[in-house]
Design a protein around this ligand. Structure first.
Ligand code: NDP
Length: 456
């Protein structure tokens, strides 16, 4: 730790935002003997714990029961009727997020991090004002996350955010989801599973822009098979409240009516109102993201930023890794940067999608000659139940080096399978090493070891 941090300031580090990135950086810094304060305007735990990954997954588990109930008779179970109560699910979710928030608070205090409740503002390069209190520090870390974007569509304020959907007391009869990214597909699948009629309106031709084209087309098919009404190429004109519900009008005259509309059209960094621009911290003119270098340094020497507010890769483990790398660099004299190029990610729609590495198109854009291996099959469980869902797996291999550049999967357990294969891909495994790995039978994952013939 450099001398500038020692006695002159109240703290060595003030973190703004007690979400995944902020808490990880603060606790890790405190464990090195750094004097840390953390400010939080809302609940401790941030998007992931309070209104994102964790509650979303609880809802997804709830939605999956519908499939089990439907498939059970084919396996010998007598058919039964099942009633779903939204309020009980929301209550269970609230209890779990409260439990986790308590754990986060205890972890902060047991690591010696001082928590200040309130909205923080950066007054100068070393001073933060929170709840009327002025705190000074050698370094300030901005970890304020992101929030739902509101594209300028007339009537967009009628649409709820994913946070509000997680607090519904009643299941909407008809849900319209705007967008076709992570949040859109996850919430469309969840509410369809819970029993809502769901429409998904989006501007692209296929959902999940940026994912491998073979996953995008198959994902659209799978969503349709589950009874979700897909409206690709939808040009949003306006939303309005009418007697029957909220109507979303397209520029071409089509209209979709629903009881609840979800705005899932992306998220924007929470950088406004912090006083950053006045201090000369460079923000991205389009998104408002705090511009940082590979070591999470902003354009002002003592101010740093990690996580969604930097708009690099908006994923919890990435924010945590960036926070810890910042501490290594700034307080442990061990400069470390995060490699954002090989990060596995999953969309927890039903069936889920997961991938790591390059898509076939991205590999081609880089001028790489690729060999593609794929498997498309009906999972064993569905053969008995008669469910139409298929699983799809794809390996994108560099023809010159035999290195596996990308692993892509749609189907049951895709996130668990791809997370494990991420070790091999990160290590630079070759297709021949995949082939040399003994399969585990009968599993779905074994298909990744048994792909012998490249696609023509
Ligand atoms: P995404 O970027 O995934 O999707 C945004 C969607 O909104 C896209 O379909 C996009 O369309 C559409 N859109 C954006 N602007 C407009 C516009 N002006 N008019 C019409 N459509 C528009 O954002 P999400 O909010 O779903 O998620 C934000 C981030 O949070 C993700 O990128 C991900 O990093 C993270 N996340 C991760 C999860 C996970 O790990 N499972 C779960 C949830 C979120 P188009 O495709 O045409 O650009």
């Amino acid at each position: 730790m450099s001398a500038e941090n020692t006695a002159v300031y109240d703290f060595d580090l003030i973190t703004i935002g007690a979400g995944s990135g902020g808490v990880a950086a603060s606790r890790y810094a405190a464990a090195q003997g750094v004097r840390v304060a953390i400010c939080e305007a809302d609940r401790v735990g941030g998007t992931c714990v309070i209104r994102g990954c964790i509650p979303k997954k609880i809802f997804m588990y709830a939605a999956q029961f519908a499939e089990s109930f439907a498939d059970a008779p084919a396996y010998g179970w007598a058919a039964a009727t099942h009633a779903f109560e939204m309020e009980r699910l929301t209550g269970a979710k609230n209890a779990e997020t409260e439990r986790l928030e308590g754990i986060y608070r205890r972890m902060l205090s047991s690591s010696g991090v001082r928590l200040f409740a309130g909205r923080a503002q950066v007054a100068d390069a070393h001073t933060v004002v929170v709840d009327g209190q002025r705190l000074s520090a050698g370094r300030i870390l901005v970890a304020t996350g992101a929030a739902t974007a509101r594209p300028p569509i007339p009537g967009i304020e009628l649409a709820l955010t994913s946070t509000e959907l997680l607090d519904l007391r009643e299941l909407p009869h008809r849900l319209l989801v705007l967008g076709s990214g992570y949040i859109a597909l996850e919430f469309a699948s969840i509410f369809r599973g819970l029993g809502s009629e769901v429409s998904l309106a989006f501007r692209a031709e296929a959902p999940l822009r940026g994912f491998d084209q073979d996953l995008r087309t198959r994902s659209a098919t799978a969503l349709r098979e589950r009874g979700i009404d897909l409206r690709p190429g939808f040009k949003f004109a306006r939303l309005e409240r009418q007697a029957g519900g909220i109507v979303c009008h397209g520029a071409d005259g089509q209209a979709v009516e629903a009881d609840v509309v979800l705005n899932a059209m992306g998220r924007l960094p929470n950088s406004a109102g912090l006083g950053l621009e006045a201090l000369g911290v460079k923000l991205d003119p389009g998104s408002g993201a705090v511009c940082v270098d590979a070591y999470s340094r902003s354009s002002v020497d003592s101010i740093f930023a990690v996580g969604d507010v930097t708009d690099r890769l908006a994923l919890t483990p990435v924010a945590i890794a960036e926070g810890r790398a910042f501490v290594d660099t700034e307080f442990r004299g061990k400069p470390r940067r995060i490699d954002h190029s090989t990060v596995a990610s999953a969309v927890f729609c039903l069936p889920p999608v997961a991938c790591i590495g390059l898509t076939e198109a991205a590999a081609r854009e880089r001028g790489l000659r690729t060999t593609v291996f794929e498997a498309d099959f009906r999972p064993m469980k569905n053969v008995i139940s008669g469910r139409a869902d298929r699983s799809y797996m794809k390996l994108v291999v560099d023809a010159a080096s035999d290195r596996v550049l990308g692993v892509h999967m749609l189907g049951v357990d895709a996130p668990e399978i791809v997370q494990s294969l991420a070790v091999a891909v990160t290590m630079g495994a070759t297709k021949q090493q995949f082939d040399a790995t003994m399969a585990m039978h009968p599993t779905a994952a074994e298909e990744f070891m048994l792909m012998r013939t490249p696609r023509a």
